[in-house]
Design a protein around this ligand. Structure first.
Ligand code: NDP
Length: 532
């Protein structure tokens, strides 16, 4: 196993350093063609190492090209959840007694398998969830990092077994972190590989078993991940995949009495339902949930406006703002707000909108019709209650295939407490607000139920110190022109939120993530024990 210092997988940067960027693009483009040719298959559930067919199926289409069918997927029902939980329960004893070295080895092998298929997976994402090229390869890198890092963490912590020796004579004590049992893992569409791989690995590498339900819009990449785990040697029943809807699969999974813990990433509504259901049912296991965001950026009058405009534009609009970390409200000092807004609007109108697999696309299509409806509704509201400087319309470009392409939208003149500036939209939509001081800006930035990501643009160290001291946010970025609030590297920038943005305060890709999936046992043996 690779051990010692953790190294991130940085595909694009590595190619740039070696001067082989063109090779990267060629490999990606070839993979898009191969994956496109393979689309349209039929995919069963995967329970106890076996395919399971269902009576009903659902069709997934490419959000950027409705003519392209991604595949036909089995639609799970509560009985399939029962079947999968039974399989996971049955596999639990053997798996928890499998040495931590073996568990780490399997996930290390899976990381290698993802690396071998990185272009295929990146291309799959472009076609299935519309993620643009740069974002998609970064997500595949992140998935590799999660598996690699968690494997290393198991090793660094000696499988979370600590021998305390003899604190008093003749009394030998060890401390262990042990798995709970069966975890439900429910994942969102927007990071369909990294989040699915990260949460599943967190639950399972620590000795639990799992039933995984991916978002209904992104089941293909979930199937590919299960295939990768199988090829890496995960025993049957340890990870089971049940595709299907939130109410027919997700809810029964939450309510299943043998599901003792839950890993979830998605909306606040569903995340809180899981917590409430666990409480009502008296379940004692953890709910490790990463939820939404309404991420604020502050632009001080000392800011370098080029950095600020670039950071806000990319933070708000790349992948059409469909990220929990997307920049969504910007508090700009009144002395620079006109110039900032003018430049942001100008650069936003130049952003390439298009099919995700194109090299230069930044603003890619929206995932589904409900996102498109939300887009129209909030843009109408913005026109009514504020001022839309650019955007607000769906694209009807005859050059584009039929898909959900919309314009990135910049809005001013809505109050800070307006629903457009307080609710998460998950769309390419940003509101700009004037402030007269850093103090006012921080107070407004913190005035939210969410606290996931936050950004500051300032060239003044004192302002930066004050901001770090007062900002309520899990992830904090200063002067980040490549994106004001999005993007995180495993190990260096563990990812998670405070307040209603997360339930545990311990972040994915960080040192304290894995222990959340285990409970402690202290073991004491007095005297020498023979073998009678
Ligand atoms: P949803 O909460 O709608 O869906 C997430 C998952 O939950 C999907 O698999 C969905 O299934 C499932 N689900 C829906 N209803 C239920 C239910 N009643 N019981 C159980 N499961 C259910 O979120 P989105 O997929 O739309 O993702 C966007 C949200 O995720 C945003 O709020 C975003 O901020 C958050 N997010 C947070 C991240 C973080 O790290 N903090 C990272 C990424 C996203 P189905 O698809 O079948 O409806």
């Amino acid at each position: 196993m690779k051990s010692g210092t953790f190294e991130n997988e940085l595909t694009v940067q590595t190619h740039q350093q070696k001067g082989t960027t063109e090779e990267f693009h060629q490999a990606y483009e070839a993979a898009v063609e191969t994956v496109r040719d393979e689309l349209g298959g039929e995919y069963p559930l995967w329970i106890s190492g076996q395919p399971v067919e269902t009576d009903d199926t659902f069709t997934v289409t490419n959000p950027g090209d409705f003519d392209q069918v991604i595949g036909e997927f089995s639609s799970g029902e509560p009985t399939h959840v029962d079947q999968a939980v039974e399989a996971a329960s049955g596999a639990f004893d053997d798996w928890r007694n499998t040495s931590w070295e073996k568990r780490a080895e399997i996930f290390q092998q899976a990381a290698d398998n993802i690396r071998d298929r990185k272009y295929e997976l990146t291309a799959t994402m472009a076609l299935e969830n519309g993620k643009n090229r740069g974002e998609a390869i970064a997500e595949v890198d992140e998935a590799i990092d999660f598996l690699q890092f968690y494997s290393q963490e198991l090793e660094r912590n000696n499988g979370y077994t600590f021998d305390r020796g003899e604190p008093t004579p003749n009394q030998h004590c060890t401390n262990e972190l042990l798995p709970y049992g069966v975890f439900g893992v429910v994942t969102p569409f927007n990071f369909p590989l990294a989040i699915l791989a990260g949460m599943t690995t967190g639950a399972v590498i620590t000795g639990n078993t799992a039933v995984v339900k991916p978002a209904s819009t992104t089941p293909l990449i979930a199937h590919k991940f299960i295939e990768i785990l199988n090829e890496a040697g995960i025993p049957d029943g340890v990870v089971n995949l049940v595709t299907g809807g939130g109410s027919s699969v997700g809810q029964p999974l939450i309510e299943h009495e043998d599901v003792v813990g839950f890993a979830f990433t998605g909306s606040r509504r569903v995340g809180l339902t899981i917590q409430e259901t666990f409480q009502e049912m008296g379940k004692r296991g953890p709910v490790v949930a990463e939820l939404g965001g309404k991420n604020p950026v502050i632009v001080s009058d000392t800011a370098d406006l080029s950095k600020a405009v670039s950071g806000v534009k990319l933070g708000a609009f790349s992948f059409s703002g469909q990220k929990c970390s997307a920049t969504s409200r910007v508090y700009v000092h009144e002395d620079v707000i006109d110039s900032f807004t003018e430049r942001l609007v100008e650069e936003t109108t130049e952003l390439p909108i298009g099919v995700p697999e194109n090299e230069d696309t930044v603003v890619s299509p929206l995932i589904d019709d409900s996102a498109l409806d939300r887009y129209h509704k909030i843009c109408d509201l913005a026109r009514q209650d504020g001022k839309v400087h650019t955007g607000g319309e769906q694209l009807t470009d005859p050059e584009l295939p039929e898909g959900r392409y919309v314009q990135p939208t910049v809005v001013t003149d809505v109050p800070h407490d307006h629903e457009l500036a307080t609710e998460e939209h998950f769309l390419p939509f940003v509101t700009i607000h004037p402030v007269s001081s850093l103090d006012e800006a921080i107070t407004k930035a913190n005035d939210s139920d969410y606290a996931l990501c936050a950004g500051l643009f300032s060239e003044n160290q004192e302002e930066i110190d004050v901001w770090f001291d007062r900002i309520e946010s899990g992830m904090c970025y200063v002067n980040r022109s490549q994106s004001a609030t999005t993007g995180a590297l495993v190990h260096a920038q563990p990812f998670g939120g405070w307040k209603f943005s997360g339930t545990t305060g311990k972040f994915a890709g960080g040192y304290w993530y894995l222990p959340q999936f285990m409970r402690q046992q202290s073991r004491t043996v007095v005297g020498d024990v023979g073998n009678q």
